[in-house]
Design a protein around this ligand. Structure first.
Ligand SMILES: Cc1cc2nc3c(=O)[nH]c(=O)nc-3n(C[C@H](O)[C@H](O)[C@H](O)COP(=O)(O)O)c2cc1C
Length: 167
């Protein structure tokens, strides 16, 4: 079935971004402790993997400056953003930004990773394993502790823009 709008493209960077951008996702901030200093980055590659044992994953670019810190910590928290936290996402996607200057946080009970104030929910993990995958690393986390921490709708990311969920 076709409505005539299809366009077959070779997988170059532009077509990859355009086509994969049609997959709507939520937005997370992956956080960890770099010694006494919190660190984190925005990521929409988060997904659940397994219930038994409880596993999740995210993919991180090999040139990420935060990934070596998360890896050294051996644990991370996934903070699922609400639809009023677009500005937080932008800060955590900007290199050189003082990412924790505009948001409060507390240490998780499991791994002591930063849990961001007003995030919808969190998943606290230890790093189970990692897989080399092209220009990214697939990071598998074993869930230690998790919770729903705020009411409200999720922040969504679709075709390079932000939106809200409406049933
Ligand atoms: C909505 C959104 C989702 C993103 N998802 C990812 C992701 O899943 N993995 C990743 O490595 N970078 C992702 N990024 C890009 C990083 O957040 C961005 O490159 C950041 O500056 C990386 O910081 P770092 O180099 O300090 O780690 C995303 C950015 C945005 C805005």
């Amino acid at each position: 079935m076709s409505d005539g709008a299809e366009a077959v493209m070779r997988p170059d960077e532009a077509s990859f971004r355009t086509v994969l951008g049609h997959f709507a996702t939520g937005v997370t901030i992956i956080t960890a402790m770099d010694g006494d200093v919190p660190c984190g980055l925005a990521a929409n590659s988060f997904t659940s993997v397994s219930m038994d044992p409880p596993l999740v994953l995210f993919c991180v670019a090999k040139d990420s400056s935060t990934w070596p810190k998360i890896r050294a910590a051996g644990s991370f928290a996934v903070n699922i953003l609400g639809d009023d936290q677009e500005d937080i996402c932008r800060v955590f996607a900007t290199r050189g930004a003082d990412r924790f200057s505009r948001i409060g946080w507390r240490a998780s009970g499991g791994s002591s990773s930063p849990l961001l104030h007003d995030a919808l929910a969190y998943v606290d993990c230890s790093i189970e394993t990692e897989y080399d995958a092209g220009d990214h690393v697939v990071v598998i986390g074993r869930v230690i502790e998790l919770g729903v921490t705020a009411k409200g709708g999720p922040l969504l990311f679709y075709r390079g823009g932000y939106g809200r969920f409406e049933a």
